[in-house]
Design a protein around this ligand. Structure first.
Ligand SMILES: Cc1cc2nc3c(=O)[nH]c(=O)nc-3n(C[C@H](O)[C@H](O)[C@H](O)COP(=O)(O)OP(=O)(O)OC[C@H]3O[C@@H](n4cnc5c(N)ncnc54)[C@H](O)[C@@H]3O)c2cc1C
Length: 389
C-alpha cells in the first residue's frame, strides 16, 4: 500500500495524529481543516499511560516530556466546607505502567502534532476547507469543500470530531445526544492567585450534582479548571461557546471561598462552556474507501478522560494496519477490527460513571469517583504500538 493517497478530514487530535502515523507508513496525505488558522484553543487534557505509549509510538516522546506536567499531590474536598475528604496518592504510573501520566494543554499537544506532520510534509495540512460532500467510485473517493474546492484520493479518513460531516455524508445524519451535563473550562495564571490556592495544586471539590477540578499545566504557570454541572438541555448555538465568568461563579456559588476566589480570577477570554454530547456506538464506521477516527467514530463524554486518548490510539493502530495490509479494504478492516471493541468499552465506562459521580451526597460521590479511577486504570495497559492488527 505504499504511496496510496489519503484524504483526512479535520486537523484535530485524531486527524493530525493519523496524518503522522500514515505519513510514517508511506502514505501520501492531505488533511483538510475547516478553521482558517490553527489558533491556541482548549485547555487541559489527561495523557494517561496508554496515550503516552501512543505518542511514543508516533515518535513524540521528547515533545511529550517537554509539554507534559506530572500530576502533583492532590485532595478531594467537601464542596462547601473545603474539608479534605480523601488524600490522593502520588501518581505511580511510571512504576506501574512504565510510562508517566501527564496533563497537557490541548494547544501544546496540537502544536506538537502540527509541527511533526509539517516536518515530514510542509504542504500536508490545508486550512479553510470545510467538507460538504463525499462521492466514491470504483477507483477513488472525491471530497468537496465550502469554496468549490474538490480533492480526490485512494481513500479517506473522517476525523472531524463529534459533529462530523464525514460521518453524516457516509452514514446519514444522526444527531449526537446531550448527556445532561455541561463542562466549563478555564485557565488562570497561577501568578494571579491568592496565596494558599495551590496548596495542594490538584483539587477536586465534590458537590451535589457538580464537580470542580483544578490542576496545573505548563510547568505550574497555569491552573486548569474544569467545572461540570447538570442541565436539562443544551440550548446554546454550537457545542462550545464563550461563557461569562459570572455564570460559572453563580453555578458554584455554594462552593468554598477558595474555589470561588479561583473561579473569579478566570480571564473573560479564557472561560468556555461545552455541552457534553455522545453517540451510541456504531456497528461499523467503515464504508467502501472511507473510515472514521476519534470523536467522529466514537464520541464519548469526558468522565473517564479518554476522548483524546482514544483518538491517539486510533491513529497508531491505523498506521500499523495500513503498513501491514496489501490493499485498502484489508487495511480498513484490520483497523476497525482492532479498535471497535476497545472504544465501545471506553464509551460504556464513561457513560456508566456519570450518574454515580453526580449524585446528591458527596460521600457517595467520592466512593464512586474512587471506584471509577480504579476501573479506568484497567484501560492503561493497552499498547497501540503492539496490539494485534
Ligand atoms: C478547538 C477545540 C478545543 C478543545 N479543547 C478541549 C479541551 O480543552 N479539553 C478536552 O478534554 N477536550 C477538548 N476538545 C475535544 C477533544 O480534543 C476531542 O474530544 C478529542 O481530542 C478527540 O479529537 P478529534 O480529533 O476526534 O476531534 P476534535 O479535536 O474535535 O477535532 C476535529 C477537527 O475537525 C475540524 N472539522 C470539523 N468539521 C469539519 C469539516 N466539515 N470539515 C473540515 N474540518 C472539520 C474541527 O475544526 C477540528 O479541528 C477540544 C476540541 C476542539 C475542536
Amino acid at each position: 500500500m505504499r504511496d496510496t493517497t489519503v484524504t483526512i478530514i479535520g486537523a484535530g487530535i485524531a486527524g493530525l495524529a493519523s496524518a503522522l502515523a500514515l505519513l510514517r507508513s508511506g502514505q501520501r496525505v492531505r488533511v483538510f481543516e475547516a478553521t482558517r488558522e490553527l489558533a491556541e484553543i482548549g485547555a487541559g487534557l489527561s495523557i494517561t499511560p496508554n496515550a503516552g505509549r501512543a505518542l511514543i509510538a508516533l515518535g513524540l516522546r521528547d515533545e511529550l516530556d517537554a509539554i507534559g506536567s506530572k500530576p502533583p499531590l492532590g485532595v478531594m474536598r467537601h464542596y462547601a466546607s473545603g474539608e479534605v475528604l480523601v488524600r490522593l496518592e502520588q501518581d505511580q504510573s511510571v512504576a506501574t505502567y512504565g510510562v508517566p501520566l501527564y496533563h497537557v494543554h490541548r494547544a501544546d499537544l496540537h502544536q506538537s502534532l502540527v509541527d511533526a506532520v509539517r516536518r515530514i510534509d510542509p504542504q500536508a495540512i490545508v486550512l479553510d476547507r470545510t467538507l460538504t460532500g463525499i462521492v466514491e467510485d470504483e477507483r477513488s473517493i472525491r471530497s468537496t469543500y465550502n469554496n468549490d474546492a474538490t480533492h480526490s484520493s485512494d481513500w479517506l479518513l473522517g476525523a472531524d470530531g463529534i459533529r462530523s460531516s464525514a460521518r453524516a455524508a457516509l452514514f446519514g445524519q444522526d444527531e449526537p445526544k446531550f448527556t445532561g451535563y455541561v463542562a466549563y473550562r478555564g485557565l488562570v495564571n497561577t501568578a494571579d492567585l491568592p496565596s494558599g490556592c495551590l496548596d495542594p495544586p490538584l483539587v477536586m471539590a465534590v458537590g451535589p450534582r457538580r464537580l470542580l477540578m483544578r490542576y496545573p499545566l505548563r510547568r505550574g504557570t497555569l491552573l486548569n479548571i474544569v467545572a461540570i454541572a447538570s442541565r436539562a438541555a443544551w440550548t446554546d448555538e454550537g457545542w462550545s461557546v464563550a461563557a461569562p465568568v459570572s455564570e460559572l461563579v453563580r453555578e458554584f456559588a455554594d462552593f468554598d471561598a477558595q474555589s470561588r476566589a479561583i473561579l473569579e480570577r478566570i480571564p473573560t477570554d479564557k472561560c468556555f462552556k461545552w455541552g457534553l454530547f455522545d453517540r451510541d456506538p456504531m456497528t461499523t464506521w467503515t464504508r467502501g474507501r472511507a473510515t472514521l477516527a476519534g470523536d467522529a467514530a466514537h464520541a464519548m463524554p469526558p468522565f473517564t478522560g479518554q476522548g483524546a486518548v482514544m483518538a491517539l490510539e486510533d491513529a497508531v493502530v491505523l498506521g500499523r494496519a495500513v503498513a501491514a495490509a496489501r490493499d485498502i479494504p484489508e487495511a480498513l478492516q484490520r483497523y476497525e477490527a482492532a479498535r471497535h471493541a476497545r472504544t465501545v468499552q471506553a464509551l460504556a465506562m464513561s457513560r456508566s460513571r456519570a450518574n454515580l459521580y453526580f449524585g446528591d451526597d458527596p460521600g457517595e460521590q467520592i466512593k464512586a469517583l474512587g471506584a471509577g479511577m480504579r476501573e479506568i486504570r484497567g484501560l492503561y495497559d493497552y499498547d497501540a504500538g503492539t496490539t494485534p492488527v
